[in-house]
Design a protein around this ligand. Structure first.
Ligand SMILES: O=C(O)C[C@H]1C=CC(=O)O1
Ligand SMILES: [Mn+2]
Length: 389
């Protein structure tokens, strides 16, 4: 094979992009996202983009924007530079040898690799990933302002615009009875055509979940994401087997194919939230999805609130997945004040229209990258606002 596929250069930067409003989760409130953007050049001149975003520094899991950038710059990039981009599995193995874990960092680099490769071949990434099964996916919006009136106004507007009718509420920061009251008020204000889901982001113990989840189901919630700690598989299992009227979705608990296998074996969730970052890339997302399919577990296209780069890459892999799905939540670009691409993926008929075109089908704006670049602006790392959950 000629050396046109040789990986010649890799650049990493952290951006800081404000959100349109404070976004409140069980562990705190964020007002900015800090995606890590990777740019990767092949000897043939092709350039690919990748992204890993996490939420609230290292408060969603162990990785932070700073650790992601560091792992790529110092360990992962040296492991793949001067290698052939076409051997993706080989490059993933080299990354694994150079660096244990660090799935987010690996995913950003693999995303850029696949983009560069697909652009070289002049094909969309979904074609490299097995072919498209879906042209669109129902798109959820997260109501996480913390305020009932504001949440309801947001939901109303998005229903009128035909953009979203699946609404996910982030709970777990307040007393459980206050969360139940908040969710119930929102549920009463929504039309029957809307679907209501909750994400507890690991905040409850088993007893709290057993006591309050039936009340949320009574209020109209039909999908419950990660109600208990990542490690608390016994509680997840019991809820999955005993709760009636709603499905249990694993998020933080399901990262590796081995996690997926364990949950399948334990029958400890009905649905997996798939996220390219936590699985360590697009190819590994397909491996987790394969376990879900084999175990009759549904999937949901999750987000870490990426810009359009990470969202479109996720959309490409989601478009290839078989099995029963519960829509997606690739709404990151809508939550950020601005984007770093010329054109966003369209939203029509309450669904995200899945992208096409070479690579991820995007035109990235270099001036927007510079505008939000942390180093160019001399900004410091951001901390999650722990007091304002
Ligand atoms: O699902 C998560 O845990 C992370 C995230 C996704 C949407 C959102 O609002 O937060
Ligand atoms: Mn979640």
């Amino acid at each position: 094979m000629s050396n046109e596929f040789t990986i010649e250069r890799i650049q990493v930067r952290i951006l800081d992009i404000p959100t349109i409003r404070p976004h409140k989760l069980s562990f705190g409130s964020i007002q900015r996202q800090s995606p890590v953007i990777v740019q990767l050049w092949l000897r043939n001149g092709a350039c690919g983009f990748g992204e890993a975003a996490t939420i609230g520094g290292p408060s969603w899991n162990e990785e932070s924007p700073e650790s992601i950038a560091h792992a790529i710059e110092h360990y992962l990039a040296p492991a793949v530079l001067e290698q052939k981009a076409s051997g993706i599995e080989h490059l993933l193995a080299r990354m694994d040898m150079a660096c244990k874990g660090n799935a987010f960092a690996k995913s950003a680099l693999e995303m850029a690799l696949i983009d560069a490769l697909a652009r070289t071949l002049n094909i969309p990434a979904w074609q490299l990933l097995g072919g498209k099964l879906h042209e669109s996916l129902p798109l959820a919006w997260t109501l996480a302002s913390g305020d009932v009136e504001r949440d309801l106004q947001e939901a109303q507007l998005r229903l009128e615009q035909g953009r979203h009718r699946i609404f996910k509420m982030k709970i777990g920061a307040r007393a459980p009875q206050d969360d139940v009251a908040h969710v119930s008020r929102i549920a009463r204000g929504l039309p029957d055509t809307a679907t209501l889901t909750v994400d507890v982001n690991q905040a409850w113990d088993g007893n709290t979940a057993r006591r309050y989840l039936p009340q949320l189901i009574e209020a109209g919630v039909t999908l419950i994401e990660q109600p208990v700690a990542k490690w608390n598989v016994p509680a997840l299992r019991q809820l999955t087997q005993e709760l009636k009227g709603a499905l249990i979705m694993a998020d933080e608990t399901v990262c590796t194919p081995q996690d997926a296998m364990m949950l399948a074996r334990e029958q400890a969730s009905h649905v997996f939230s798939l996220k390219v970052a936590k699985h360590g890339g697009l190819l590994r997302t397909r491996k987790v999805a394969a376990v879900a399919e084999a175990a009759d577990i549904g999937w949901y296209g999750g987000t870490m609130l990426e810009t359009s780069i990470g969202s479109a890459a996720s959309a490409h892999v989601f478009s290839t997945l078989p099995g029963a799905h519960h829509g997606c939540e690739l709404f990151g670009p809508q939550l950020l004040v601005d984007d770093i691409v010329e054109q966003q993926m369209p939203i029509r008929d309450f669904a995200l229209q899945l992208p096409d075109g070479p690579g991820y089908g995007l035109t990235v704006s270099l001036s927007q990258l510079d505008r939000f670049d942390r180093a160019l602006a001399g900004r410091q790392p951001l901390h999650v606002d722990l007091g304002k959950a």
